[in-house]
Design a protein around this ligand. Structure first.
Ligand code: SAH
Length: 234
């Protein structure tokens, strides 16, 4: 692919191809997980553990204000419905593919319909992360799972810096991603790269924030890339 190539609408070809790929994928758990729907349960379990520990280690901010999380590259809202909605009063979702976001909007488990705790999904933003700016100071946690491979280094660093501005005091970002063994692995089919652990730490360093913890996902099939969660604080 020619570096800097653009579509007739002026969108970088790298990004247009990524969206084209996902536009053809089923709006299902198996679809967004590339045929590995069965990892969704261990994924949600380790997410909950990490969130609990990271919250315990953060300055608690029990001011009675409603808590809010942002689910980035949310797909059909799997991370929201299996985990975030349990832990936050409000969840917003940002996702560029219309058929995924529409499926999320139509899913009662994502919206939080009928929950006794009143937790609910509030915002559904139809945008890619490279152009999205989270609302200033709104979020306790910004959760970014299995989507940053679509962003260039420059756009990823800039997005993380915009996320920092979207955090409440005491808030943090969690990035959960596959790890390549060394350097990075390029996938031209879905227009994504899988970065190594060291590469991701370097990206975080470039944002001027701190990676206060990283933890490997447990219980996944061995044929998959190792997956890590990174807790990032301003
Ligand atoms: N995070 C969800 C979905 C993972 S699938 C989950 O864990 O279930 C990867 C998601 O990244 C898809 O929903 C895809 O549409 C989205 N995506 C692709 N390009 C993106 C971009 N530029 N910005 C944000 N999300 C993107």
């Amino acid at each position: 692919m020619k570096r800097g190539a653009k579509t007739p609408e002026g969108k970088p070809l790298w990004y247009a191809r990524g969206i084209e790929y996902w536009d053809d994928v089923d709006a299902s758990v198996d679809g967004v997980l590339g045929g590995f729907a069965h990892v969704s349960a261990p994924d949600a379990r380790d997410n909950a553990k990490l969130l609990k520990d990271a919250r315990a280690a953060s300055a608690s901010r029990d001011d009675g204000e409603r808590t809010a999380a942002l689910d980035c590259g949310a797909g059909i809202g799997r991370v929201t419905s299996t985990f975030l909605i349990e832990h936050f009063d409000e969840v917003d979702l940002v996702e560029p593919c219309a058929h995924f976001l529409n499926a999320a909007k139509a899913d009662a488990a994502v919206r939080g319909d009928g929950r006794e705790d009143g937790h609910r999904a509030v915002g559904f933003f139809a945008q890619p992360l490279e152009t999205f700016t989270p609302e200033c100071g709104r979020y306790d946690v910004v959760w970014i799972q299995w989507c940053i491979g679509h962003l260039t280094d420059e756009d990823l660093v800039a997005f993380l810096i915009r996320c920092k501005a979207g955090l409440k005091e005491g808030g943090f970002i969690v990035m959960k991603e596959n790890n390549a063994n060394v350097g990075f692995t390029l996938d031209l089919e879905d227009s994504s790269i899988t970065r190594s652990h060291e590469y991701l730490l370097h990206i975080i360093e470039k944002t001027g924030m701190r990676c206060v913890e990283h933890r490997q996902q447990t219980g996944f099939p061995l044929e998959l890339f190792p997956v890590r969660m990174y807790v990032i604080k301003p």
